[in-house]
Write a protein of this length. Structure first.
Length: 108
């Protein structure tokens, strides 16, 4: 009878170990599934970040262009108001020539 009890204890112990192993395997499978889902979500989010970064760069470029137009218009209006249209055109031509010279000097 004691051998039978020993065997029962051993089998019970083995069943408990098998139950623990099954639980661990289940948890590992769940963690793998969660990892795959998070990896996929991460890829999607990286793509969105890339797209939004591109949009920001485009909008920043557009904003700079509009700011430059505004400055040019403001300068032209100021020159027109202070020295008249013809003198303003002459002054702008002079400024453009001077800028071109500076660009040529810097290019060399």
């Amino acid at each position: 009878m004691s051998i039978f009890v020993s065997e029962l204890k051993f089998l019970s112990h083995m069943a408990n170990e098998q139950l623990l192993i099954s639980g661990i395997e289940y948890k590992i499978r769940k963690l793998i599934e969660i990892n795959e889902a998070l990896s996929n979500e991460n890829k999607v989010l990286k793509q969105k970040v890339s797209e939004l970064t591109d949009k920001v760069n485009i909008l920043t470029g557009s904003l700079l262009e509009e700011e430059n137009k505004k400055i040019k218009l403001s300068l032209a209006n100021t020159l027109e108001y202070k020295i008249g249209v013809e003198k303003g055109k002459e002054k702008l031509d002079e400024l453009i020539e001077e800028i071109d010279k500076c660009i040529n000097v810097l290019s060399d």
